[in-house]
Design a protein around this ligand. Structure first.
Ligand code: ADP
Ligand code: ZN
Length: 435
């Protein structure tokens, strides 16, 4: 189902004309109202009047997470504070949180986009949505909440945490859809099983998962265990929150970026140069309709690709690939670049592995050491056959060496010994610069 049939299927030419109009307008507004942007435009010798085609985007200044931190908390707001009706902040996964503000119109657009997302997943007004994204400053909970209401579905605002109780609510309230991080979906599944509740046997049919990177292998695992269709949703608080892009149930192949509201580019993170269509690089987003805190060329630090080929669902908006990692999550182990998701894929391939893992990086005698802690699959653990366990360890080690070119120590640990997260999973513990 397409929630906004007109906007989501706008022919490319019309879409680009709309984007250009909106881009000009955003540039005028930030130049007039945000000292940071006036300075940044002036320093590059560009003015809003120089934007004559979408190609001129490349002439505009970038905005980085550091710029947002430098202007903490409200320095980048483009509207008087009395028109701001809500504040959110990023989760602070990679440092000091950044603060964002929304006008009434921003919230309205956000609810629309989230409704588009839920709809793209196949959710309708007849569905009950178990919303286990955290409510609060984090954008996940309230973002999904208002989208669900906008769609006309019934939202169950469970928020994160109290996992045991969540399993009971899931069983008793008859949710047909759920929203949370993919790692939490698996955690909830396990916790429910411990109480004798098999989620696969409940009416739950659709999951909308995001806020952290995950893999196709993990999707397969979630779909198999929970007996649902699992879809990927992307967003970030700086740009809006969840609902910047969403997979469609028809293709399940890339997330449509709502291009009437956001203008995407892919750049080389090292040089800042725009890369040709199809290349992998850092996603940069320019907001086209935001009032509270419009952003020009925001560097998301998320590494992905853009696919402009038409989608079978009929939406004309570009699709972004899975985020393979954050440019600042990238590990460099003895000179080899590596994202946690690369290792996740290998772990999942190794027969029977659950995706609970953690990467611990240390430095001894100026050499990087990577330890992969993986929870043993319960069957193997119970069988307690030393030989099987060792085989398993060796297999993972060999694959990591072969496919990623990194020598890692693999430690198999007991089921449930790696801490579970109620929001974003912490996959990397980098102790190289500690102490
Ligand atoms: P923080 O940057 O502090 O985690 P946010 O809560 O705003 O703040 O999280 C946004 C980030 O979450 C994105 O920049 C991206 O790295 C990650 N993210 C969100 N959705 C997805 C997704 N579907 N796949 C991979 N990563 C995602
Ligand atoms: Zn599609």
């Amino acid at each position: 189902m397409i929630f906004d049939i007109e906007m989501e299927t706008l022919p490319r030419e019309e879409l680009e004309a709309l984007q250009l109009r909106r881009l000009k307008n955003q540039c005028e507004r930030v130049y007039a109202n945000v000292p940071f942007y006036r300075k940044a435009f002036d320093e590059l010798g560009v003015s809003p009047g120089d934007v004559r085609s979408l190609k001129d985007l490349a002439r505009l200044p970038f905005t980085t997470k550091q710029d947002m931190r430098d202007n903490y908390p409200y320095g980048l707001f483009a509207m008087p504070i009395d028109t701001i009706v809500r504040i959110h902040a990023s989760s602070g996964t990679t440092g000091r949180a950044t603060v964002v503000g929304y006008t009434r119109r921003d919230l309205d657009n956000w609810a629309d986009m989230m409704a588009r997302c839920l709809s793209a997943a196949g959710i309708t007004r007849r569905d009950f949505i178990h919303n286990a994204y955290g409510y609060g400053l984090f954008t996940g909970g309230l973002g999904a909440h208002y989208g669900a209401e906008r769609l006309g579905a019934t939202v169950i605002p469970v928020s994160g945490g109290a996992t045991k109780r969540q399993a009971q609510i899931l069983r008793d309230f008859g949710a047909t859809a759920m929203t949370c991080t993919p790692s939490y979906a698996l955690h909830l599944y396990e916790s429910a099983l411990e109480q004798g509740i098999d989620i696969a046997k409940l009416p739950l049919a659709i999951g909308v998962f995001g806020a952290e990177p995950w893999t196709e292998e993990m999707r397969a695992e979630i779909e198999r265990k929970l007996g649902i269709s699992a879809l990927n949703i992307y967003g970030l608080s700086e740009v809006m929150g969840p609902g910047v892009s969403m997979e469609c149930a028809e293709a399940k192949c890339g997330m449509h970026i709502f291009e009437d509201h956001f203008l995407p580019e892919i750049i080389d993170p090292a040089t800042g140069e725009q890369l040709p269509p199809g290349s992998e690089g850092e996603l940069v987003l320019t907001t086209l309709t935001k009032e509270g805190i419009p952003l020009i060329r925001y560097r998301t630090r998320d590494i992905t690709t853009l696919n402009y080929t038409p989608c079978r669902c009929g939406r004309t908006h570009v699709r972004m690939g899975r985020v393979v990692g954050r440019s600042d999550d990238m590990l460099i182990i003895r000179g080899v670049n590596l994202f946690p998701q690369h290792i996740e894929s290998l772990l999942m391939e190794a027969e029977g592995t659950t995706p609970h893992y953690q990467l611990v990086v240390t430095r001894e005698n100026n050499l990087d050491h990577l330890e992969i802690k993986v929870e043993l699959p319960a069957e193997i653990f119970i069988s307690d056959e030393i030989r099987r366990i060792q085989q398993f360890e060796r297999k993972i080690q060999k694959n990591v060496k072969e496919f990623l070119g990194v020598t890692a120590k693999v430690s198999l640990v007991q089921p449930n010994s790696i801490p579970r997260s109620e929001g974003k999973a912490a996959r990397v513990i980098d102790l190289r610069n500690a102490g």
